[in-house]
Design a protein around this ligand. Sequence first.
Ligand SMILES: Cc1ncc(COP(=O)(O)O)c(C=O)c1O
Length: 387
Amino acid sequence: MYRIGKEEIDAVARVIESKELFKVNGGPYHETENFEKEIREKLDTKYSVLMTSGVAAMTAALIGMGIGPGDQVIVPGYTYIASAMAVVAAGAIPVLCEVDDTLTIDPDDIRKKITKHTKAIIPVHIQGYPCNMDAVTEIAKEYGLLVLEDACQADGGSYKGRRLGTIGDAGAFSFNFFKVITAGEGGALVTDDEDIFRRAMIYHDASAIAYFGNQLDDIEKDSFCGTEFRTDEIKAAILRVQLTKMDGILKDLRSVKTAVAKAVEGKLRVIRSNDADGDCATTITFSFDTADEAVSFAEKSGGVRPIDTGKHVYSRWTPIIRKRGAFNPLMDPFRMEANKDIVPEYTEDMCPKTLEILSKCVHINLNPDWTAEQIGALADKLIGAVK
Ligand SMILES: Cc1ncc(COP(=O)(O)O)c(C=O)c1O
């Protein structure tokens, strides 16, 4: 959470005073409808749906893509567990893939993980670092796979001039407390594909879409049971303000990152990026020759090694590693008949390259509101932390 205050308070007050908090009624301000329109315009995409969370957006996107039992989906071994859980929630099986020195999905390993059951790839723009989308889209095209971009940590980021989340078949964003923009919780799905949009709309709120009039034409024709990831006008009102701040936050984060990188040049090694200009710059990450050097630097600098970030590392995804896909065994994708030949053996060391890379890096979180003095003090601390 970076910048939130009076404008968001006013937006919330306006909705409460209108006494119209339900998105379908929309009240005088149509906050949800307008947020969805404004994010489409900002990102240049055809369809968008605001939802309760990033994982809601990802699950709805996968359902919208037609993914389910019998399908494998390739997920990098360095991402929040939610990326893999969304696959399981859709009834499909996550197949783990290495990351490379950019900390994002390794295109060479994607190729090795493709089987005749692979249906999709989830490139994750982790810490706002853009994946190599040229390589991912080329592989997807070659093998006829779908691409769902997990941009949950990358609101507003870009790759070669295109916004993250809009390059694949669909993209998902999170607006939880830790993201570039926030409403405490929240998420959005974007896509240019009308079928993905319609099915995701139905899944995210099947009962209301069918019940409340004209949100989709011909709903009865396509309708199926879904869940309830609907949001309210208060969340949308906050996010409309946050969206107007997003590019300013990113601009300032990027200039902080450039200043820090310049100040430590020659003393510390910044990791390679697939697009340094499009990176959200929420973090600056340094790589070291050994894990011991990274441990020592993290201790002295106040940074954190990615390997020590808990459920962001596949080896700590306990319910996945233990194949506990649901409480009721009959609803557990890991035990479904359709998946019986496609569940891999998950072991804690199945992505050794990922573990090695994550153990030799250190993240330092950045803040767009830092002054030149604060940046200077951080740079001194970082230099002092190098052995
Ligand atoms: C990479 C990634 N994917 C998905 C999610 C899920 O987002 P949410 O917490 O909004 O469900 C997160 C959340 O932190 C995330 O970091």
